[in-house]
Design a protein around this ligand. Structure first.
Ligand code: KIV
Ligand code: ZN
Length: 388
């Protein structure tokens, strides 16, 4: 059904990412990030959970109406009210998706849902049927899938595909899986779900043991074709699989992975900065790909090696992820082009109109302040563009 080598990138920064403590965003902030995710080349943007609040409903609706290319997904529990509300929020998108879920593990069914497995199966099928009556783009997730009985999981997947699900998602909801085991589970699901070729198999991993990226890569190696990720690995508890780690692993190790994505990797760093600035969640300096130290070399031997040939200690070029070095000093004599180049080197993708706003503010500040620091520029961007 889908290209075996192409990996669909499903970004849930605006839904699971927003569930990070302290990361909640208003409508304008969510739209700003969604627009950037579309530029980045994300295939599916999970914009929120419309039944959770009126604010989230409005934000999802606005994103659905505004984006031009990306699929926009709304998360809905497996019940009629959530699915109707979710559909109302996304229906005007270019390609709307309803994403419905219910837990399938013994533990969740018995204690959380207090339902029998047969009733969970029935609810999953009814929900997918309802969603499929609105759109042909329906995703079903088996929450706590990695701790579910594999045969029950396959039965549920087979039934929801028959009911109209076009993507089935296997989450490692509590970040409990280890790579070899998770890869085998993906292979088992493919082997034992009779109609699997009628749907895309997706995975959604959490990082409680720091294994989300490793588990996601193991899933890809075993046949998963959609991965659910967030920028900077934001997400519930220890977070979700980080987009930048998965995408750059695929790109940096072509002798190992033959898969492609639609991500324009030169926009990774700007996107990471934008998400950090809007959510207020700082990026740890030693974070892979996007941390301040990811391309910094302290040891003399390393510096010497990098000067002779960067590949001695750099496995990817900083420019590949959108990090460029720029030594332009900004002051009152600097022009619009210098400011635009500097802003870009700091990791921000601003439109011409936004640069004009920041430039005006910059000129006013430069009259009062001799040297303009990156912190000043960030404050101007924040006040002039992101908070408007
Ligand atoms: O972690 C999880 O199981 C989820 C589902 C709703 C996909 O976020
Ligand atoms: Zn999750």
């Amino acid at each position: 059904m889908n290209d075996q080598k192409h990996i669909i990138i499903f970004d849930t920064t605006l839904r699971d990412g927003e569930q990070s403590p302290g990361a909640s965003m208003n409508q304008a902030e969510k739209l700003r990030i969604a627009t950037q995710l579309e530029l980045l080349g994300v295939d599916v943007i999970e914009a929120g959970f419309p039944a959770a609040s009126d604010g989230d409903f409005e934000a999802v609706k606005k994103i659905a109406e505004s984006l031009k290319k990306a699929q926009v997904a709304a998360l809905c529990r497996a019940n009629e009210a959530d699915i109707r509300r979710g559909w109302d929020a996304v229906k005007d998108a270019v390609n709307p998706r309803i994403h419905t879920f219910i837990a399938t593990s013994e533990l969740h069914m018995k204690y959380k849902l207090q339902m029998e497995p047969a009733d969970v199966l029935k609810k999953a099928v009814e929900s997918v049927k309802l969603a499929a009556s609105f759109t042909s783009n329906v995703e079903f997730s088996a929450e706590d899938g990695s701790r579910s009985d594999p045969d029950f999981l396959c039965t549920v997947f087979e039934s929801v595909i028959d009911a109209g699900a076009t993507t089935i998602n296997l989450p490692d909801t509590v970040g409990y899986a280890v790579p070899e085991e998770f890869g085998k589970l993906v292979a088992y699901v493919i082997e034992n779900t009779a109609n699997i070729d009628q749907a895309v198999l997706s995975v959604h991993c959490h990082n409680d043991l720091g294994l989300a990226t490793a588990n996601t890569l193991a899933a890809i190696q075993n046949g998963a074709r959609q991965v659910e990720v967030t920028i900077n690995g934001l997400g519930e508890r220890a977070g979700n699989t980080s987009m930048e780690e998965v995408v750059m692993s695929l790109k940096t190790r072509p002798n190992f992975f033959t898969h492609t994505t639609n991500i324009d990797t030169t926009r990774i760093y700007p996107t990471s900065r934008l998400v950090s600035m809007i959510t207020g969640i700082l990026i740890q300096p030693n974070r892979a790909i996007v941390g301040a130290n990811a391309f910094a070399h302290e040891a003399g031997i390393h510096q010497d090696g990098v000067l002779k040939n960067p590949m001695t200690y750099e496995i990817m070029k900083p420019e590949t992820v959108g990090i460029s070095k720029n030594n332009l000093v900004l002051g009152k004599h600097s022009g619009r082009h210098a400011l635009a180049a500097h802003v870009r080197s700091m990791g921000y993708d601003l439109s011409d109109e936004e640069i004009n706003i920041v430039f005006q503010k910059f000129k006013n500040l430069a009259d009062r302040k001799k040297q303009i620091l990156d912190e000043d520029i960030e404050a101007l961007i924040n006040e002039g563009v992101l908070r408007t």
